[in-house]
Design a protein around this ligand. Sequence first.
Ligand SMILES: [Zn+2]
Length: 272
Amino acid sequence: MIVDGHIHIMGKDCVRDDFPGRLRAAGIDGGIVFSLPPDNFMAAAESPGSEERIDNLMVLCDGNDVLFPFFWIDPTAGDAESQVNRALNSGIRGFKVICDRFYPDDDKALRTFNVIAERGHPIMFHSGILWDGKVSSRYNQPINFEILLTVKNLRFSLAHIAWPWTDELIALYGKFQRAYQINPDVSCEMFIDTTPGTPAVYREEVFRKLFSSGYDVENRIFFGTDSLVEDYDVSWAAEWIERDEGILKSLSLSEGFTGKYFSGNVLDFING
Ligand SMILES: [Zn+2]
C-alpha cells in the first residue's frame, strides 16, 4: 500500500474527477489532501473563507477512507481556535501550517498548536526553503521548530526534509529523540515528511545520513509528492516512488521498512 502524505488543492474550481484514477495510475492507494490555502498565503481577495475551504476539501474526501483531509490553517488568525473546532466537527483529520510571516514560537500560533494537540490531531509544517516569492524562508529553518518541545502531546511533521537545511533537521530530530529520554515533560512526536523538496541529486546523500544518524528514524518518516489534486502528476509521483525504493534498497534497513515508509508511518502519524 502506498499513501501520498502530501497532496495540495490549489484551484478553487477544480476538476477532480480524474484524481482517484490518476492516483491509481501512479500506483498510489490514497493520501493526505490539504485544503486551499488561507489568505495569509493567497491574496485575500482570492481566498475563500475557512468554512468554504473546509467544505471544498470534505466534498473530495468524504466517503473515501484512504483520503485524509487536512485543513490548512493560519494559526495566527484571530479566530484560529474556532476554525480548529469547525474543522474537527466537519471531519478534518489534521492541520497544515506554513509559517510565511511568523515564527513557530509566535504566541498566537503556539496557542493554536496547543489547542490542536489537546484535541489529539497532528500538524504538518512546511520546512526548508519556501517558494512563495516572498522573504519568508527564515521562518522555516528547522531550529525554529525546537519550541514545539513545549507543546504537550503534539504530533507534527516537518516537510521536504527541510531542504537545504537537511543536516539541521537531522540534528533537531536527534534533539527530540534525546528529549524524550531526559525530560519527562516532553511528550510531542516529530515526524519527517520526505516530500521533494530535495532535488534528486541530494536525495541519496540525505537518506544515507538520515538512516545512519543512529536516531530512530525508521518509525517516523513518510513519503509524499507535493502533487496537486487538480492535475495529479502520475509520472512525477511514479518517478519519486521508484527513486526512493531504489535508495532504500541500497541501505541496510529493517525488513518491512519500505511498507512503513510508504504507508505505515503516515497512518500512525494521522491516527496517533
Ligand atoms: Zn506542499
